[in-house]
Design a protein around this ligand. Structure first.
Ligand SMILES: Cc1cc2nc3c(=O)[nH]c(=O)nc-3n(C[C@H](O)[C@H](O)[C@H](O)COP(=O)(O)OP(=O)(O)OC[C@H]3O[C@@H](n4cnc5c(N)ncnc54)[C@H](O)[C@@H]3O)c2cc1C
Ligand code: FES
Length: 277
C-alpha cells in the first residue's frame, strides 16, 4: 500500500496529489507517468509526474477531477493509502540544449510541464513558459515557473490575466514577445495540444506534445493506447507519451479517447457528481 502524503485542491477541480513511493521517486524523470488505482475495486489510471523528492521518497501529480476514478482520488486525505502506484512509466521527455524552448501548459499539464521546464533550464536552454487557462483563477504554480523560466506569459480566455484569447493566438503572441523558439513543448488537454500543433505547423517549429490516450496496463501489452503517428501505429505508454504534434492523426485520437464517455462520463454528469469536465 502507498501512503497519501498530501491531496489538496489548488484551483477549482485540480488537485495536487503527493504519494510516498520511494522507488518511483529515485528514478523518475520529467515526462514520465505513473499508474494509480484509488482503491482495490478501482480502475488503473495514468497520471503524469509534476514533481518528486528522492530524499523524502515522494512523488507529486496534479490531477483533474473528470470522472469516477479521479472523484475517488479527490476524496483521499493525508494518511490514507492506495493499493497501486506503478512507475516511472513511459519515455522521459528528451532534454538537451535546443537553444530557445517555449513550454506551453494548460490544465493538469501545467503541473507536468514544470519538471520539463526545470530540466530544460538546467540543460542551458532559454526557456519561455506560456500558461493557458479559461480564467486567471485556474492558473497555478506561476511562482515555480518564474524560477526556471526566462519569461512566464499568461493566456486566459476571458482576459483576466495576460493575453486574452485562446492558443490560436500563439503566433501573434510570439511576435509581440519577440520569441523565436527552436522547439515548442505542449502539455495539457487534448484540445490545447491539437490546436497548438495546428498553429505551429505553418511556422515549421517542431512541437512535442504529451499524449493522453486511454490506457490500461501502461506497459505496451493491451494495445488500448494505440495512436497513429506519421502513418505508423504507436503505443503511447511505451513509444511515448511524447510525440511530434505535427505527425499525429488527431481525428482518430479524439474518437478513440471518447470511446467510454457514454459509460463513464455521461451518467456521472447526469447524477450531478461531476461539476466540470
Ligand atoms: C500518459 C497520461 C498521463 C496523464 N496524466 C494526467 C495527469 O497528470 N492529470 C490528470 O488529471 N489526468 C491525466 N491523464 C488523464 C487521466 O488518466 C484521466 O483523466 C483519468 O483516467 C480519468 O479517470 P476517471 O475515471 O476520473 O474519468 P472517466 O470517467 O474514466 O473518463 C473521463 C474522461 O477521461 C478519459 N479517460 C478515461 N480513462 C482514461 C485513461 N485511463 N487514460 C486517459 N484518459 C482516460 C475519458 O476518455 C473521458 O474523456 C493522463 C493520461 C495519460 C494517458
Ligand atoms: S496502455 Fe496498454 S499498450 Fe499502452
Amino acid at each position: 500500500m502507498y501512503a497519501v502524503v498530501e491531496r489538496q485542491m489548488i484551483v477549482p477541480n485540480l488537485h495536487e496529489f503527493t504519494v510516498e513511493a520511494p522507488e518511483v521517486a529515485e528514478s523518475v524523470q520529467a515526462g514520465n507517468f505513473v499508474i494509480v488505482r484509488p482503491d482495490e475495486m478501482g480502475e488503473r489510471m495514468p497520471l503524469s509526474v509534476a514533481d518528486w523528492d528522492p530524499e523524502a521518497g515522494t512523488v507529486t501529480s496534479i490531477f483533474m477531477q473528470v470522472g469516477g476514478s479521479t472523484a475517488k482520488l479527490a476524496r483521499l486525505k493525508p494518511g490514507d493509502t492506495i493499493p497501486t502506484y506503478v512507475g516511472p512509466l513511459g519515455k522521459e521527455t528528451k532534454i538537451e540544449n535546443f537553444g530557445t524552448v517555449l513550454c506551453v501548459g494548460g490544465c493538469y499539464g501545467i503541473g507536468s510541464l514544470y519538471p520539463i521546464a526545470r530540466a530544460l533550464k538546467a540543460a542551458g536552454n532559454t526557456v519561455h513558459t506560456l500558461l493557458e487557462a479559461r480564467s486567471s483563477f485556474l492558473l497555478y504554480w506561476q511562482d515555480r515557473f518564474e524560477k526556471v523560466s526566462d519569461s512566464v506569459i499568461e493566456l486566459t480566455r476571458d482576459g483576466t490575466a495576460g493575453y486574452k484569447g485562446h492558443i490560436s493566438r500563439l503566433g501573434e503572441i510570439l511576435t509581440l514577445e519577440k520569441i523565436k523558439p527552436d522547439l515548442i513543448i505542449v502539455n495539457g488537454c487534448t484540445f490545447l495540444m491539437m490546436k497548438a500543433s495546428k498553429v505551429t505547423e505553418p511556422m515549421a517549429v517542431k512541437t512535442i506534445v504529451n499524449m493522453n490516450p486511454i490506457m490500461i496496463d501502461g506497459t505496451g501489452m493491451c494495445g488500448v493506447c494505440r495512436l497513429t503517428v506519421d502513418g505508423n501505429v504507436k503505443f503511447a505508454c511505451v513509444d511515448g507519451p511524447d510525440f511530434d504534434g505535427h505527425e499525429i492523426d488527431w481525428e482518430e485520437f479524439l474518437k478513440r479517447r471518447q470511446t467510454y464517455n457514454p459509460e463513464e462520463v455521461h451518467p456521472l454528469r447526469k447524477s450531478g457528481c461531476v461539476s466540470h469536465f
